[in-house]
Design a binder for this molecule. Structure first.
Ligand code: PRP
Length: 179
């Protein structure tokens, strides 16, 4: 049986909201260069859609981190499997994430990157699940707050599947086969 999934945020709604957030960033960073750091892999789609809509100068880099713990919950002990290629000193950095859940990963990352002395450091997330927060992290830019459902699509996965969906969906019932 295939997983039973449903649409939570359709593509048009996602794109309209990403445009609003991009407009805000364009205003806030007028006269500056924005250095985006995408956290792999979930942020890839969002970062691409956001970056296309930025009119201020943009540079980008990527980090890959994994958190020890089971598949559903991060532990806060974060391992960097790919660091940024370039340094961030004196840059106006925006971390781009697909979701802030417990906040553990971001709490660790913000602290780590802050030590590298960027000119500024902000967090932009596509989704926020405030009900799951364990560490007090607040994103500077949030596209959507979502309830505690199993979200997939637009970069977010279930067992590495569904990242390519052009909308945010949720898994209603787990099957033994992925689409
Ligand atoms: C997700 C997400 C964040 C983290 C958030 O990544 O991209 O990095 O979990 O969870 P937290 O707030 O509870 O720390 P994931 O480990 O699923 O990796 P992926 O982006 O490669 O799917």
């Amino acid at each position: 049986m295939k997983d039973k999934t449903s649409v939570m945020i359709p593509q048009e709604k996602l794109e309209a909201r990403i445009q609003e957030v991009a407009d805000q960033i364009n205003k806030d960073y007028a006269g500056k260069t924005v250095h985006l750091i995408g956290i792999l892999k979930g942020s890839v789609m969002f970062l691409a859609e956001l970056a296309k809509r930025l009119t201020v100068p943009v540079t980008m880099d990527f980090m890959s981190v994994s958190s020890y713990g089971d598949a559903m919950e991060s532990s806060g002990i974060v391992r960097i499997s790919k660091d940024t290629d370039e340094g961030i000193e004196n840059k106006d950095v925006i971390i781009v994430e697909d979701i802030v859940d417990s906040g553990r990963t971001l709490s660790y990352l913000l602290e780590l990157l802050q030590k590298r002395k960027p000119a500024s450091l902000k967090l932009c997330t596509l989704l926020d699940k405030p009900s799951r927060r364990v560490v007090d992290i607040k994103a500077d830019y949030t596209c959507f707050e979502v309830e505690d459902k199993f979200v997939i699509g637009f970069g977010l996965d279930y067992l590495q599947h569904y990242r390519n969906l052009s909308y945010i969906g949720c898994v209603e019932e787990i099957g033994d086969e992925r689409e």
